[in-house]
Design a protein around this ligand. Structure first.
Ligand code: SAM
Length: 232
């Protein structure tokens, strides 16, 4: 199968969604209100959201950390993954409008905020050290599943924190846009490499704490890929 067939990605995605997805008012509402507030349309697609939920469910995650809430679309999917086990999602975003819109969208979806989903406002690298302290002092549970989807230059720093904040063997880390970041910052491809950009893939490759894989993806919107890692 030639890569030239990737031109059909959009048509194939529409076909797949028409067969595998059912009307989901909470997801439709979240995506629409996010758009109405002029928040950029950079959330996962509904299919990717369902994949994330299925993955987190398979790992039997109880305590989930998300970096990058936006309008709460992916957060709704993650909250569905922990629903049966009565767990909790902690999501971090730097933008107060995103926090507010996400809170409304989660409540519309029937999710209790802050009981089931807690949204922490601030820069990821400012908040993560306090989460680490809370976990070390037993105030907070460590995380079983970490979803990283915030600013790309900090992907590795978030990943490093994610492993430190993880429960242990079998905990899962999932980083969106792992391939797009490589191309954008010139790590691979025709662009010149940005000085100072720390490559997630190179750092994870040296990291003996985890086993990792990058899966390249093609969808209606773009060519990209995610990195998934399991803690040893
Ligand atoms: C790609 S969007 C997240 C999409 C969301 N996960 C979804 O699929 O619905 C990235 C988010 O990261 C947030 N963000 C950017 N820089 C950040 C930082 N330094 N700390 C925390 N959040 C940040 C942005 O405000 C934005 O809401």
């Amino acid at each position: 199968m030639s890569i030239a067939n990737a031109i059909h990605a959009s048509t194939v995605e529409t076909y797949i969604e028409s067969h595998l997805s059912t009307p989901d008012p909470a997801i439709t509402h979240a995506r629409e209100t996010t758009h109405q507030h002029n928040i950029p349309s950079i959330s996962l697609s509904p299919g990717q959201g369902r994949f994330l939920k299925m993955l987190a469910s398979c790992t039997k995650a109880q305590n989930i950390l998300e970096l990058g809430t936006l309008g709460g679309h992916s957060t709704i999917w993650l909250s569905r993954a922990i629903k049966e086990r009565g767990g909790k999602v902690t999501s971090i975003d730097i933008n107060p409008l995103h926090r507010d819109v996400a809170t409304e969208n989660l409540r519309f979806a029937g999710v209790k905020v802050p009981e089931d989903v807690e949204i922490l406002l601030g820069a990821g690298l400012d908040i993560l050290p306090s989460l680490e302290k809370d976990i070390q002092s037993g105030v907070r549970e460590p995380f079983d599943f970490v979803f990283i989807d915030a600013d790309w230059p900090n992907q590795w720093r978030y990943f490093d924190y994610g492993v430190r904040l993880a429960r242990g063997t079998g905990s899962v880390l999932f980083v969106d846009n792992a391939v797009a970041a490589l191309l954008d910052y010139g790590v691979v491809g025709p662009e010149e490499r940005d000085e100072g950009f720390v490559s997630l893939v190179e750092e994870v490759g040296r990291d003996e704490r985890v086993e990792a894989v990058v899966v390249q993806t093609v969808g209606a919107r773009s060519y990209d890929g995610f990195l998934m890692a399991v803690v040893n």
